[in-house]
Design a protein around this ligand. Structure first.
Ligand SMILES: Cc1cc2nc3c(=O)[nH]c(=O)nc-3n(C[C@H](O)[C@H](O)[C@H](O)COP(=O)(O)OP(=O)(O)OC[C@H]3O[C@@H](n4cnc5c(N)ncnc54)[C@H](O)[C@@H]3O)c2cc1C
Length: 504
């Protein structure tokens, strides 16, 4: 992979600065560069282009090390227990790849590094059904999205489907076939979920002809092979333009109006998370693409501290968890789910219309037979949180309540109570604590905080400040009905096209 050019220098004057290198940021940088604009991308996480002492860039899910978590001394695994026993362990503090960011009532998992969430996510690349789009982005023209921007996003991301005959025969998806059988027997519609994993590569992994990644349980701390993360798609095209600088381990902490646009203050970090240098640059235009949590935190801080006092009262509002809730079911001995489980899920149970839940059949890639079916449900929930700036504590806070997940649990039950009753099975109680059925303490899908058409105009221009834009998941009002990154990508494609046409 081509190395990033030198990082941004102090006192630089740049036409466009993009904060964050996830989906929103990568789309923005590529389209600006293709339009002839020089772009600087600033990313607080690492570059993830250099192997560690084991010869691999990314750590395995089952053997976390310093690379695995963002500035933690102990892992914080989403699935915290197995057979009721806590599985977290001590690790050296390091600017690792997965941030388990804790707020009151919820832990929000996010990717850290060049590629953002694409480095750690499950790769499920789902376009919402058109009839549900009004629930996702009511202010956006659906025809434009489904005719132009969703197809564009899917093509650029390299989205593809598993080969049905292989799904039906490989031991690696026995767990998903069991999940499908149980869904079918309770009359739930199921769908094959497209992903950005290279399915040909996975078949070669199974055949033993290439190094294993999905079939070696890699996912949460990065995939060394097979997954088409943003590094391999948008960001590889970004680099090829020759117009974009990417500065890893650089964190934006302040943006305020200045002659020539905006003065942006950036802290350069070392891998222990210490600030080693502070840089101040001037950017004519600044694109916030720090993710729903990152952008929300910055905007509420800048409004409250007087850096950007004219941001409107909508910043920080409308934040949701995409209704994420997890659970496991204990299967009968004759329904083994397999010792080899591909880490990339590819089957979903769609009970959105009837019960407000879309559940993906997820792997438990432990290497042993667990007789468990495991699910991550995306559910319909009205609850939305708000980010505010706590001046005394000097940090942004979120007013989420764990009890709000009750709606999500009930929606998930619309599927799993029925399946349990049909199969004569029960919920697992050992995966999230001691006798705890529901993983209701987290989300992988933060959305909202700078809602399109409220905190911004209908294309992401921040109200009150010409030249400031929001381009990431914070534009979406708390739910995408399915997994979010295709929608985040498509919306960014739509918005940047308009912004380039009218603002440059
Ligand atoms: C474990 C896990 C599994 C997931 N699985 C799926 C899935 O299968 N399918 C799906 O659709 N979605 C999945 N997601 C969610 C998906 O990854 C996110 O929705 C998506 O990455 C959000 O895109 P974004 O552009 O809004 O921001 P992000 O991708 O989060 O990118 C934001 C970037 O900005 C950087 N940043 C933040 N603050 C600053 C700052 N102040 N200065 C500089 N840089 C900053 C961050 O480090 C990050 O790299 C998953 C997420 C996780 C954590």
């Amino acid at each position: 992979m081509a190395r990033a050019a030198a990082s941004i220098s102090d006192a630089a004057v740049v036409p466009a600065l993009v904060i964050g290198t996830g989906y929103g940021g990568s789309v923005t940088a590529l389209r600006l560069a293709q339009a002839g604009v020089d772009v600087h991308m600033v990313e607080m996480g690492m570059a993830w282009d250099t192997p560690g002492s084991d010869g691999k860039i990314f750590a395995n899910t089952t053997t976390p090390d310093q690379r695995s978590f963002w500035l933690r001394t102990k892992t914080k695994q989403p699935l915290s227990h197995f057979l009721g026993i806590p599985i977290d362990k001590n690790i050296p503090k390091y600017t690792g790849i997965l941030d388990a960011e804790e707020f009151s009532g919820i832990t929000v998992y996010q990717g850290r590094g060049v590629g953002g969430g694409s480095l750690v996510n499950g790769g499920m690349a789902v376009t919402p059904k058109r009839e549900t789009f009004a629930d996702v982005l009511p202010m956006v023209n659906a025809d434009e999205m489904y005719d132009t921007y969703y197809p564009r996003a899917n093509a650029e991301l390299g989205v593809g489907l598993i080969r049905a005959a292989w799904f039906d025969s490989t031991p690696a998806y026995q767990y998903a076939r069991v999940g499908r059988k149980h869904a079918q027997r309770s009359n739930f519609p199921y769908v094959f979920v497209p992903t950005v994993y290279d399915w040909n590569y996975m078949e070669q992994e199974a055949a033993g002809t290439v190094p294993k990644s999905a079939l070696a349980g890699e996912i949460l701390f990065g995939n060394n092979h097979g997954k088409k993360s943003l590094q391999k798609t948008y960001l590889s095209k970004v680099r090829a333009t020759g117009r974009v600088t990417i500065s890893p381990l650089h964190r934006v902490v302040d943006v305020r109006p200045a002659t020539g646009g905006y003065k942006v203050t950036i802290e350069q970090l070392n891998t222990a998370g210490d600030v080693v240098t502070v840089k101040e640059v001037t950017a004519a235009k600044v694109f916030f693409a720090a993710g729903s949590v990152g952008t929300s935190k910055l905007l509420v801080k800048f409004k409250a501290t007087g850096a950007l006092p004219n941001l409107n009262g909508e910043v920080g509002k409308g934040w949701g968890d995409n209704g994420n809730v997890m659970c496991g079911r204990a299967n009968h001995m004759w329904d083994a789910t397999g010792t080899l489980q591909s880490s990339i899920p590819t089957l979903g149970i769609d009970n959105w219309a009837a019960g407000g839940a879309f559940a993906e059949v997820a792997p438990l890639p432990t290497g042993i037979e667990t007789y468990a079916s495991f699910y991550l449900s995306i559910t319909k929930t009205p609850n939305r949180g708000t980010f505010t700036w706590n001046a005394a504590a000097g940090k942004a806070e979120l007013n989420w309540q764990t009890a709000w997940k009750e709606v999500s649990i009930n929606a998930a039950k619309s599927i799993f109570d029925k399946i349990n009753s049909k199969e004569g099975t029960i919920y697992r109680t050992d995966l999230f604590g001691v006798y705890k059925i529901w993983g209701d303490h987290l989300t992988y899908h933060p959305l909202g905080g700078a809602i399109l058409g409220r905190a911004t105009d209908n294309y992401g221009r921040l109200q009150g400040y010409p030249g400031l834009y929001v381009m990431d998941g914070s534009l979406i009002p708390g739910s995408t009905v399915v997994n979010p990154f295709v929608t985040i990508t498509a919306l960014a494609e739509r918005n940047i096209e308009k912004i380039i046409a009218t603002d440059f």
